[in-house]
Design a protein around this ligand. Sequence first.
Ligand SMILES: Cc1ncc(C[n+]2csc(CCOP(=O)(O)OP(=O)(O)O)c2C)c(N)n1
Ligand SMILES: [Mg+2]
Length: 346
Amino acid sequence: MAKQKSTASATIEEPACAPEWSDILRQMIFIRRFEEATEREFRKGKIGGYLHVYSGQEAVASGIITALDKGDAVFTGYRDHAHALSLGSDPKGVMAELFGKGTGISKGKGGSMHLFDVEHGFYGGYGIVGGHLPLAVGAAYAMRYKQQNGFVVCFFGDGAMNIGSFHEAMNMCGLWGKEGMCPVLFVIENNGYAMGTSVERHSALTDLAARVRAYNISTEKVDGQDVFALRGVADRVVRQMRETGKPYCIEAVTYRFSGHGAADILQPYRTKDEVEQHKHRDPIAILQNRLREICGLGDEDIKQMEDEAAERVAEAVKFAEESPQPDPRELFTDVVAEHGPQPVNI
Ligand SMILES: Cc1ncc(C[n+]2csc(CCOP(=O)(O)OP(=O)(O)O)c2C)c(N)n1
Ligand SMILES: [Mg+2]
């Protein structure tokens, strides 16, 4: 019988060793190394515009996204590299997009904040804080209306909960959900800050999930540094939502290790000590330690994952660097929807 593990709100079964956990660890290590490379390339001037990395939060995207099936749709904000990579987007295309190259997954027109890859179920990548929530709700309604089996996952930050569109989206989803017409899994990536403003300073109610419950949507608070906990909740909730068509919300309590964006160097709103304390709960180290215990994972296995990640990241950077600039004629494509078959399948 598997051990029981207590999370912030729920008790879940601790899973036994399965090869999939090594795949998840491999993915999280790769995402961390990918993000570190983007920060380096930004400092070299190879990546322009904005850059927001996901370091420290990897368990959230990996834990939820690995529970999905083909046909599901994922929406998120601008801290979006990990979501695309977890869904299976080509790292070379993602890196090239950050470099603004024509081979990028958004043809170099979107940059870091606007990754988009419908083939892999990724519907963006949005720079307007909270602007994607109504889109996610509309997509979920459309899926049910067309009697498709998929559902939508919508990631957003704690800060996004203070914009009007958050409330509009929650209200419509709560309402449509009563009829089983709005299967959106909302995932609050509560990393404690909206740019330089802490949750305590930006939200009148710091129990963020309670604000979602106000719209008749059930919620659960989960340790966002523990991929086991996240995946356990996701497996259960995803199954349930496919059946009911109702929304659900997971508040993942996490922490970002880097600055808000690449320009946030001094980080005057938090101390170095605070960041160091949180690094003791690095989601990658937590998973590694757990796999050492339950799967007998060893140093050699980890080294092999690290080497593989370094190689794949180097390949992606090389590809991005050597790719051509977008063709100037591309300025006039993808501006408005063309008539005829559309790539969007929702
Ligand atoms: C509508 C809008 N208002 C303000 C901004 C500027 N802005 C960019 S990120 C951000 C903070 C969002 O914080 P949160 O939702 O917690 O996400 P995190 O960066 O922590 O992942 C703000 C206010 C914006 N991009 N869009
Ligand atoms: Mg935040």
